[in-house]
Design a protein around this ligand. Structure first.
Ligand code: PXP
Length: 246
């Protein structure tokens, strides 16, 4: 069965540009309001340990400014757990985080980190927050997500996106199949599959066509396009491409 596909817009890089000058412009809250007004389904924001884009105060302001669900991307640390519990976002997506990386480079090792993740997942879940794990599309990681009892996984589409940029058609197909197979397996086991990272107008449609996927989270490309055409047209174009793929 094909489900409607939600678009979560990651507004981190509006804050990246703001922080480049240390003031309050451009304001990610204004971006969140535009996303809400033009039919985005959710706002995604990653509060990183080094606060390089979204900052603590932004979270409450974003939550107050729109009715859209907030998906807080967070490292699985006590510091981030406390912030999530204090803010009560609709969802929390646990991501791996390395200070030196430019962006979230790989999936969370849910299999190798079961013991660290289990209490964090439990405390988020007990607070009524929908927990997701950002993982590679592999059976090992999906099994680990099942053991942790999370309702959602988000599959990392970075390898798929990079293969496309490298012009490696065989790898694109291989990555796509891996994501499609794991999305089907997740859904069969009662986990809602999402996907994201590196998605663009050019590569979104084969991913959006995977019937079990319920949500895509897209940031960098949309904010980049917004520089040229505005955020609303960028979101609407992405929405249109996703809808046509279904
Ligand atoms: N999903 C997750 C869990 C992420 O960490 C990110 C940002 O790294 C995204 C989606 C969005 O990726 P991008 O900015 O490449 O669209």
């Amino acid at each position: 069965m094909t489900h409607p596909l939600r678009l979560g817009v990651n507004i981190d890089h509006v804050a990246t540009i703001r922080n480049a000058r240390g003031g309050d412009h451009p304001d990610p809250v204004r971006a969140a309001q535009i996303v809400a007004a033009c039919g985005g389904d959710g706002i995604t924001a990653h509060l990183r340990e080094d606060r390089r884009h979204i900052r603590d105060k932004d979270l409450r302001r974003i939550q107050d400014a729109t009715d859209l669900p907030l998906n807080l991307e967070m490292a699985g640390t006590e510091e981030m757990l406390a912030i999530a519990l204090a803010h009560q976002p609709h969802a929390a997506c646990i991501v791996p985080e390395k200070r030196e990386e430019r962006t979230t480079e790989g999936g969370l090792d849910a299999a190798g980190q079961h013991n660290q993740l289990a209490p964090i997942v439990t405390r988020l879940r007990d607070a009524g927050i929908r927990v997701s794990l950002f993982i590679e599309a592999s059976e090992r990681q999906l099994d680990a997500a099942l053991r942790l009892g999370v309702p959602v996984v988000e599959f990392h589409t970075g390898e798929y996106a990079h293969a496309g940029l490298d012009g490696d058609a065989a790898k694109v197909e291989k990555e796509l199949k891996r994501i499609a197979d794991m999305a089907a397996l997740a859904a069969k086991n009662g986990i809602e599959p999402h996907a994201g990272h590196g998605l663009t107008y050019e590569n979104v449609q084969p991913i959006a066509a995977i019937p079990q996927l319920a949500e895509l989270n897209i940031g960098h490309y949309l904010i980049g396009e917004a520089i040229f055409c505005g955020l609303e047209p960028a979101v609407l174009r992405m929405r249109e491409l996703m809808d046509h793929a279904r």
